[in-house]
Design a protein around this ligand. Structure first.
Ligand SMILES: Nc1ncnc2c1ncn2[C@@H]1O[C@H](COP(=O)(O)OP(=O)(O)OP(=O)(O)O)[C@@H](O)[C@H]1O
Ligand SMILES: [Mg+2]
Length: 320
């Protein structure tokens, strides 16, 4: 079994996954509540909380699976991209465990992890396919050719789609993290109430910063009471603009790459309008869209392990 550890942002997560991609246990301790009062993740606070949680979360994972460290064949850990201090906690924990057991360590790229969420049981997807990876930090169109080869066809030029959701939620006075809140509120709103612009940048890239500014102006023009009345319409229209941009470019990318299958991964793949707008797309289960360690252990199945003692020198990276 592979023990996966993920601490790149504000989720402390561990999972046990078999070589065949079966999840034996997946534990995610979210710090969202801790960061909510700041309206976003505070890196130093996240690192300190990871430090408190990482051992209990690993212990709980083993407990859920009814396993011990004797059952673990290798340790997989997110090496980057993410918050450096947060990543270092997971990496140090992984090194210590691997060293104490003389196990190989597999450093995993967090984005490989999001894609590998599709390779887990009970219905693992086989490449090739066109993948939209939309999360808090990234918005990418990937032509996934095999478990190890993929081409980046498009990316965001400014904010990530999840970031646009979170910033929009903040403008609307909703809680953090905002994506889920907008999704919920949008159910009661009219997506055609406001015509928010969808930036058309050349090629297959995205841009969400103009949209955010449009929402800012719309909110500023409303009084407190009016805003309360129109909040659901604003959320629905704003979400609709983001989803339309994602869907248009994703379909265009699939056409250009000649792929008939589309998959969506990352936190924004949990969005109900996005899922409904791409009914034929393969989406990871909701629990595997946002950060988790099962996807990290899954990616480790196609990543070269590093032997003892070389992995002791591994460092985390904030961005690619
Ligand atoms: N139902 C939803 N609708 C829209 N966005 C959502 C929904 N649920 C979660 N999100 C968004 O997903 C993002 C979190 O996703 P994820 O955990 O994959 O990102 P991350 O790990 O912070 O970023 P990255 O993976 O790029 O490092 C947040 O921006 C959140 O608002
Ligand atoms: Mg993520």
């Amino acid at each position: 079994m592979i023990l996966g550890i993920e601490t790149s942002c504000d989720e402390t997560a561990a999972a046990l996954v078999t070589e065949e991609g079966e999840i034996r246990a997946s534990v995610v301790a979210s710090q969202a509540e801790l960061h909510a009062r700041y309206g976003g993740v505070v890196p130093e606070v996240a690192s300190r909380r990871h430090l408190e949680l990482v051992t209990p979360v690993i212990r709980e994972t083993l407990g859920v699976a009814g396993a011990t460290l004797d059952d673990v064949d290798r340790i997989a850990v997110t090496q980057g991209p993410g918050l450096i201090g947060a990543l270092l906690v997971g990496l140090a924990a992984a090194k210590a465990l691997a060293w104490s057991r003389r196990l190989p360590l597999v450093p995993v790229d967090h984005l490989d992890g999001h894609v590998a969420s599709l390779y887990l049981q009970p219905e693992p997807l086989e490449p090739p396919f066109l993948c939209l990876l939309a999360s808090g930090g990234h918005t990418m169109l990937l032509d996934v050719r095999s478990h190890t080869e993929r081409e980046l066809l498009g990316t965001t030029l400014d904010d990530a789609a999840g970031e646009a959701f979170d910033k929009g939620a903040r403008l609307l006075g909703l809680g953090y993290p905002g994506g889920r809140e907008i999704d919920r509120l949008a159910q009661d709103g009219d997506p055609a109430a406001y015509a928010f612009p969808v930036a058309r940048v050349p090629g297959l890239d995205f841009s969400f910063s103009g949209l955010k500014t449009a929402l800012l102006y719309a909110v500023r023009d409303l009084g407190e009471e009016e805003l309360a009345e129109r909040r659901a319409d604003l959320a629905a229209s704003y979400q609709h603009a983001i989803v339309r941009a994602l869907v248009e470019r994703t379909q265009e990318a699939a056409r250009q790459a000649g792929r008939d299958r589309i998959a969506i991964v990352g936190g924004v793949a949990a969005n109900s309008e996005l899922r409904a707008s791409l009914p034929a797309a393969i989406a990871a289960p909701l629990s595997l869209c946002t950060d988790n360690a099962a996807m990290i252990a899954s990616a480790a199945r196609w990543t070269e392990p590093v032997a003892y003692p070389r992995y002791l020198a591994l460092d985390a990276y904030a961005s690619r």
